[in-house]
Design a protein around this ligand. Structure first.
Ligand SMILES: [Zn+2]
Length: 324
């Protein structure tokens, strides 16, 4: 079922207390939405769906009307999630930069989402705090959670491009959390947006623990968020969760799943849509039973569903839904 903001808060509090992680999966299409919600549900897990500003524009088609796109994605998720009473589903806005402030207001006031990330990490710290606090004040009035970030996460994610990696300073994290009252804090600890390999990342999981310990010591414990987690090994993710991470963002991995499965299908079934070289084109009949989009999109969908199940088993969210 689709969670309220208050229920999502409960999800993260449980995760933090019991030290497991909630997956946050980026989606645009209905096929991804089905795969991921069914995946969460099949293992008794709660989970988040995330939409970026770019995803919302894409969903709206030629108009690029970001609000219409958000409305569409939110409606699909709410309608689909209603079929599963034992798996709590939230919808989060991923990386909304300050120029999307009006968009955040629209999504919050129309209850399209359960949580939102304001990413003012490119601003100075005082300016980041001012903007983030403004979003927190508005969102909390509507019982919607807010994620904030300081430092940059290297790489490319949708419309967010950062060439540099700035590790989060724990003292700044403390100041930021205290002054903004964000519910979730995204720390920059060496993960990479986009394609990367776990072995090559200079991951500072010790920094996650340092930030978590400092926040707890000062009476402002929060759920920490790990961005760019597609390239991390299972062990690295478990370590991050043990150190205080409750939300793990995944995007790239699902995109690869979809592309690889569909590529494999068409490699095998090529002659369902292409005339074989040794055949007279006049005699060739394409095979509708193979090129119906439902026949090949489902391959990617099934793979993503298996992937998300695996993620929930690694993160420990399986069989831990607050609705069970
Ligand atoms: Zn991110």
């Amino acid at each position: 079922m689709f969670l309220s903001g208050a229920q999502l808060k409960e999800v993260f509090q449980k995760a933090k207390k019991q030290r497991f992680g909630i997956m946050a999966s980026n989606v645009v299409f209905d096929t991804q939405i089905r795969a991921i919600i069914q995946g969460y549900n099949s293992v008794g897990s709660d989970g988040l769906m995330q939409m970026s500003s770019g995803a919302c524009k894409y969903a709206a088609g030629e108009s690029q009307d970001i609000k219409a796109g958000a409305q569409l994605i939110s409606t699909m998720i709410k309608t689909f999630a209603a079929q599963f009473p034992k798996s709590g589903i939230g919808l989060h806005i991923d990386h909304a930069t300050p120029n999307y402030f009006d968009f955040i207001v629209y999504c919050v006031e129309n209850k399209l989402v359960t949580s939102v990330m304001i990413d003012a990490s490119k601003e100075s710290l005082p300016e980041n705090i001012r903007i983030t606090k403004e979003v927190v004040d508005l969102a909390h009035k509507h019982n919607i959670l807010v994620e904030g970030e300081i430092g940059h996460i290297k790489g490319t994610e949708d419309e967010i491009v950062s060439e540099t990696e700035l590790y989060t300073h724990p003292e700044e994290a403390l100041e930021f959390v205290k002054k903004t009252n964000v519910d979730l804090f995204a720390a920059s600890v060496g993960t990479n947006h986009g394609v990367s390999k776990g072995e090559n990342i200079i991951l500072r999981l010790d920094l996650v623990k340092e930030i978590d310990d400092l926040l707890i010591k000062n009476g402002v414990e929060r759920g920490l968020v790990l961005h760019g987690a597609s390239g991390l090994t299972d062990e690295q993710q478990r370590e991050a969760i043990k150190n205080g991470v409750v939300k793990i963002n995944k995007d790239t991995h699902y995109q690869m799943d979809m592309a690889q499965e569909i590529q494999a299908y068409w490699e095998k079934e090529k002659y369902a849509i292409v005339c074989p070289p040794d055949m007279d084109p006049k005699a060739y009949v394409p095979n509708k039973g193979k090129f119906d989009p439902r026949k090949w999109l489902i391959k990617g969908e099934n793979k993503m569903q298996e992937t998300v199940k695996g993620f929930c088993l690694v993160s420990g969210s399986a069989n831990n839904s607050i609705l069970l």
